[in-house]
Design a protein around this ligand. Structure first.
Ligand code: NAD
Ligand code: TDX
Length: 370
């Protein structure tokens, strides 16, 4: 039985990880520590908190006193560190929060874990998993080989720079203090509970509401889409069986440009509305409700500054050492994800009320058609 701390457990990947962990290792004791920023939502965890199958603490990873107290009281043997500011566009508008949480917060958490594990007999059996991103490696050209664990760090956005800094801190703690830590760098995730500010949910929700679908630049930018369930399986493998001090890349093996992703969302929605007449009554503003194509909503807008052109992950090390391979194909995963957002209007209505509207005005208000 492990005592597990999941930071950022009320975010997109965190919620999926909590559910996956509960299912795979029901005997482990799980605690979620989350500051409950705009990106967090507890709905899916509420039943688990209520029946005490997980514990939840609202708090900041940068609060040293709180984090130390939690380590002292709960004797964590596993830390899955996911808490972060995670949206590139927000990091361009307001980078400070990214430095505070992603860099200083990660430092505070590392220090507390190291001190607690060193002053107990846990240092020999505890493990700290730092969840990071492929964006630390920068941008690939069209013919470049995919990022491997030895690719140089070349972060281009404040978000990527803050994640790169946190990766370097983890590495330094391993080398200098024998911290039992590992790093994973993964590609773009998609699936249930992703915040509607990110590409796939934003496009699904805008389409069903009949709003413009804003593709940045010419839409040729490429991402390597990874279903969140495959990501969570890989995280659980790395934390249990990964080698301490190592980095593992996790990718979807599925490169798509943004034009094609948005086109596929539109076509899937058109088909869903054609198959199920009840959708037209629920989402009357969607073009598909009147038999028109959702693609009619697509517009090309001012590009993201410093927009990375292409990410692709070489996940051979993960497959060779730990046996993890992706099991969710993109077409199937996207259809399932679209179905989830169609069925969970309650969830995204709640998430997109209040502050979200102000963000949409701020991020899209200045963008013009290109
Ligand atoms: P998210 O933005 O959906 O969730 C982040 C969570 O962290 C939220 O619940 C938020 O409240 C919490 N949080 C933020 N600041 C905090 C603080 N100071 N203290 C405690 N909690 C805090 O992010 P996500 O998409 O679930 O990403 C999780 C992790 O995976 C992040 O570290 C991110 O960098 C990394 N990652 C994400 C992706 C992706 O495609 N989503 C890809 C690669 C890496
Ligand atoms: O409105 C949009 N229009 C658009 O064209 C939005 C929100 C995005 N885009 C483009 C920008 C990117 O090329 O779509 C692509 C994906 O954008 P995001 O969903 O914002 O993801 P990205 O910037 O690639 O970063 C994501 O993957 C790596 C996560 O948000 C990060 O947390 C993760 O580290």
């Amino acid at each position: 039985m492990q005592r597990v701390l999941i930071t950022g457990g009320a975010g997109f990947i965190g919620q999926n990880l909590v559910h996956a962990w509960r299912a795979a290792r029901p005997d482990d004791r799980l605690m979620v520590l989350d500051a409950m920023t705009y990106a967090a939502n507890l709905r899916s965890l509420e039943p688990l908190i209520a029946d005490r199958s997980i514990q939840f603490v609202k708090g900041d990873i940068g609060d040293a006193a709180l984090v130390r107290l939690l380590f002292d009281e709960h004797g964590f043997t596993r830390v899955a560190h996911l808490a972060a500011e995670s949206h590139v566009d927000r990091s361009i508008v307001d980078p400070e929060a990214f430095l505070k949480t992603n860099v200083l917060g990660t430092f505070t958490l590392l220090q507390a874990a190291l001190d607690a594990w060193r002053s107990s007999d846990l240092i020999g059996c505890a493990r700290f998993l730092h969840v990071s991103t492929d964006e630390v490696y920068g941008s690939l050209g069209p013919g470049d080989p995919a990022f491997s664990e030895s690719s140089p760090y070349r972060p281009n956005s404040p978000y990527a720079a803050s994640k790169a800094a946190s990766d370097h801190l983890v590495r330094a703690f391993v080398t200098t203090y024998d911290m039992p830590a590992m790093i994973t760098n993964c590609s773009n995730n998609y699936g249930p509970y992703q915040h509607p500010e990110k590409l796939i949910p934003l496009m699904i929700i805008h389409a069903v509401e009949g709003k413009p679908l804003p593709i940045y630049g010419d839409g040729s930018n490429i991402r390597d889409w990874l279903h969140v369930s495959d990501h969570c399986d890989a995280l659980m493998s790395v934390i249990e069986r990964g080698r301490i001090g190592e980095t593992y890349n996790i990718g979807g093996g599925n490169e798509q440009n943004n034009r094609d992703v948005v086109g596929a969302i539109c076509d899937t929605l058109d088909d869903a509305f054609a198959d199920d007449p009840r959708l037209a009554a629920r989402f009357p503003s969607c073009p598909a409700a009147k038999g028109a194509a959702c693609r009619s909503l697509i517009g090309y807008v001012t590009d993201r500054p410093g927009h990375d052109h292409r990410y692709a992950i070489d996940a051979a090390k993960l497959a060779a050492e730990l046996g993890n391979r992706c099991s969710v194909g993109f077409e199937h995963g996207l259809r399932q994800t679209i179905r989830w957002y169609l069925d969970r209007e309650d969830w995204w209505r709640e998430v997109t009320s209040g502050g979200y509207k102000a963000w949409i005005d701020r991020n899209y208000g200045f963008r013009v058609a290109v």
